[in-house]
Design a protein around this ligand. Sequence first.
Ligand code: AMP
Length: 409
Amino acid sequence: MSPRLKAPRGTFDVLPEAAAGYARLEQAARGLFERAGYGLIETPVFEETELFERGVGDSTDIVRKEMFTFEDQGGRSLTLRPEGTAPICRAYVEHGMHKLAQPVKLWYLGPFFRHERPQAGRYREFHQVGAEAIGTDSPLADAETIMLLSGLLTELEVPGVTLRLGSLGSLGARREYLEELRAYLREHESELSRDVAERIDANPLRAFDADDEGTRAVMASAPQLLDRLEGEDAEHFAAVRELLDGAGIGYELDGSLVRGLDYYTRTIFEFHCDRLGAQSQVGGGGRYDGLVEELGGPPTAAVGWAAGIERILLAIDAPPPEPATDVFIALADGAEPARAMALLNELRSAGRSAELDLGGRGLKGQLKQADRLGARHTLIVEPGGTAQLRDMESGEQREIEPGRVLEEL
Ligand code: AMP
């Protein structure tokens, strides 16, 4: 025998039982976004590598260590998308969407790729659903997008959810704070992990996200940006909080919240679920007022989020699919298969779910199969054109005219 092949590390097959959970989530998201006036956008699964280097930032973990990057046959560097916001902003600029009525409200759902160490809730290919409101700096947009993710998690009955909220201030105002943070980190350089110490200049905020104890101890007393918000940044954040309060959306202020991507400005947030262990973040996002311009577009304020579909499904322990088969058509010995096919067609055309044994089983085996599928009825087609309709729950069986199957059901 040839050696067996396996799905690559960190990837998985979505088998039919699990696909039902994905479908349910997609349906909930679609309904929610349609009611909120968000349009669906689909961007390519791979992009020019430069988009992520510029958009996500070269000093982030994603760009430094986690991208699946390859050269195509024309020598261009391409990358499997690790996130959705930079591609959507690229599309916004490419299609001149700044000329449309603002903001442009978009949602998406699809696979993303990061070369991370696989564990429960962390994969190398995973799926995200996300939303972006591009072309507005109004705090209303921050609150509305947060409300959408909160609504999705509520509708899907994700248990134990908390919202952490912070603000990074605008890029200009942040500069001063970053200098203060760098000075603090340099003072404690010997206690920091090498990774964090190496990035004091390039990306000091990352220190808040570090896992190692030394860095965490240092960061516990580090200066926080949230305490230093001033002027319009402070007003903007206060307005977002007031709107969330008004909408009855509870949150915890978190001054140590930073996100793994460079493009965030002002509001940032994460939803966590206490059932998920180490990978507790089900979704997160924030405002990114500089990204569109960074990608060659006009200055454009925007806000959005992404949520991990596998994490949501893990959190709700996605229930098994409902039995899908209304009618299983079984063939008694000597019955006409063509007759069964015609009935199958008639039932399906009428919107019923109907299946036929394709496995060449005897009648007993077919009834067992109908049971396994959770069929509500089995229609046993007999030789000579008669048929029996069997209620699978009660076991009652009666003869019916095959031409009247729909009425009898
Ligand atoms: P991010 O783009 O890093 O803000 O991630 C948004 C959401 O995607 C997270 O809250 C997770 O739920 C999910 N996510 C991120 N990375 C992974 C991964 N490697 N595997 C599974 N889900 C992920």
